[in-house]
Structure formats: structure tokens, C-alpha cells
Design a protein around this ligand. Structure first.
Ligand SMILES: O=C(O)CCC(=O)C(=O)O
Length: 240
């Protein structure tokens, strides 16, 4: 049986659960108090699916741990020579990389010299079902970029334009510490909206918004019951 309560009350209870992290029975009880998944429209072509991945967090953390055993997080270098503060790795047929030669997708992990770990079915299904819920049926991602944010790290405004297929949407899954997502416009100078994303929230954008500028504000410190003082983001794309 699922019990509903107001989003504000659910948030307060969640914070309490985080405070009492480790109390599994309490966390289970509190997660049954969550309101039904909510869709928050950012524009005609972009949505936040609140708590969409909330019941899959344990499976997702296990999958991320397995992937990063084979393909560890690394801080890549931009073409301009700056080391990114966000740790990154990939799974799927192609992985996004950057170095002095530029931004691109590569089928082989340049650090390990072997293909990126395959995309777990749980990832593929989550991305496809989120895309469908957002109005983009038939999404088949072949690339998943996994970002690791520690307190203080940020991702500056950019747009995802290295993919061959710009008709497919982007599905972005937030895990761990809450972060402020910056959702801008088609011009870098458009003032971005600031959207608080919590663990299990999923943002989907595509169509006329496929090339919008977006980023992440510096991550505040905190303690997430599953992810500790880290935020992980999974970005699913159709790259090839
Ligand atoms: O971490 C996020 O929420 C966004 C990630 C992102 O924009 C990217 O990897 O291109």
C-alpha cells in the first residue's frame, strides 16, 4: 500500500532519514510516504521527472561501483589545457572524452586501453522509460557519461554537441547530494534557470531544446545515505 503526503512534508522526512542514515527500516517507511512521481515542465521540450529513479537507487549505486572498478573516474583535460574538477568515466558503446586534441566520443577507454564497460540493462531501461515519460518514446542510448562531483566542484555552462544524432533527447539522472542544475537557453548569454535536483530526479530535454546551455553550480557539502558526500550524474545520449 502506498501512502501519500505533501511534497514539503516528504522532503522534511527525507532530510530526517538522511540524518538517521543507516536506519534501513526507517528509510523504507519514509520512502513509502513519498508522493507520486511528479512531472515539472521546464519548457515545451524539457522536463524534470521528480523522484523518477528513487526506487532504483541501490541498484544504480551498485552498477556505478561495478563500472568504475573497470573504468575508474578520472579528471580529464580540456582542449585549452585545464583539468576538469568533475571526475568522469563512461559505459556503453561510446564514451565521451576530452584532451588536448578536443572533445569527442571514443569506443576505447584511453586510460585502460579496452572498450568502456557495457551499459547495464537497468541503465538502458531507466533512460528509455524516463525519455518516454517526458514525451520522447523509442530512445536507445548508446553512451552514458558518469560524472562524479565532490563538494566545491562545478560544471560550467556548455551544450552537448558531439553526438551524431541530435534528434534523440538527453536523459540526465541525479544521484546522491542535491545540486543546483543550471538550465539556460540556446545562447550562452541566456540567463540560466536554477533548479534544485535531488537524488532520483531525472531531467530530460530534446527537440528545440536539444542544444541548450546547461551546467551545475558548485556542489554544497552534505551527507547522502547511499552516496556519502558525493553527487553522481548519469547522462544518457545517442552518440553514434
Ligand atoms: O551533472 C549534471 O546534472 C549535468 C551533467 C552534464 O551536463 C553533462 O555531463 O554534460
Amino acid at each position: 500500500m502506498s501512502i501519500t503526503c505533501s511534497p514539503v512534508r516528504a522532503r522534511t522526512l527525507r532530510r530526517y532519514a538522511q540524518f538517521r542514515s543507516g536506519d534501513r527500516a526507517l528509510e523504507d517507511l519514509l520512502s513509502s510516504l513519498e508522493p507520486a512521481p511528479a512531472v515539472e515542465q521546464l519548457s515545451g521540450a524539457a522536463v524534470v521527472l521528480r523522484r523518477f529513479a528513487r526506487d532504483k537507487l541501490s541498484a544504480l549505486v551498485a552498477a556505478v561501483n561495478e563500472i568504475t572498478t573497470g573504468a575508474p573516474f578520472r579528471n580529464m583535460i580540456t582542449p585549452g589545457g585545464f583539468r576538469m574538477s568533475v571526475g568522469m568515466t563512461n559505459c556503453g558503446r561510446a564514451g565521451w572524452v576530452t584532451d588536448r586534441k578536443g572533445y569527442r566520443y571514443e569506443p576505447i577507454d584511453p586510460i585502460t586501453g579496452v572498450p568502456w564497460p557495457p551499459m547495464p540493462d537497468a541503465f538502458r531501461h531507466l533512460a528509455a522509460s524516463a525519455a518516454e515519460a517526458a514525451g520522447y518514446p523509442g530512445f536507445e542510448p548508446d553512451a552514458c557519461l558518469i560524472n562524479l562531483y565532490e563538494p566545491g566542484t562545478r560544471l560550467s555552462l556548455h551544450r552537448d554537441e558531439n553526438e551524431l544524432d541530435l534528434t534523440a533527447p538527453i536523459v540526465s539522472v541525479s544521484l546522491g547530494l542535491p545540486a543546483v542544475f543550471l538550465f539556460g537557453g540556446n545562447s550562452r548569454s541566456d540567463r540560466p534557470r536554477r533548479i534544485l535536483l535531488e537524488s532520483g530526479d531525472v531531467v530530460v530535454w530534446g527537440g528545440p531544446d536539444r542544444l541548450v546551455y546547461h551546467g551545475v553550480a558548485p556542489l554544497p557539502d552534505g551527507d547522502d545515505p547511499l552516496f556519502g558526500n558525493r553527487r553522481i550524474n548519469l547522462t544518457f545520449r545517442k552518440a553514434l
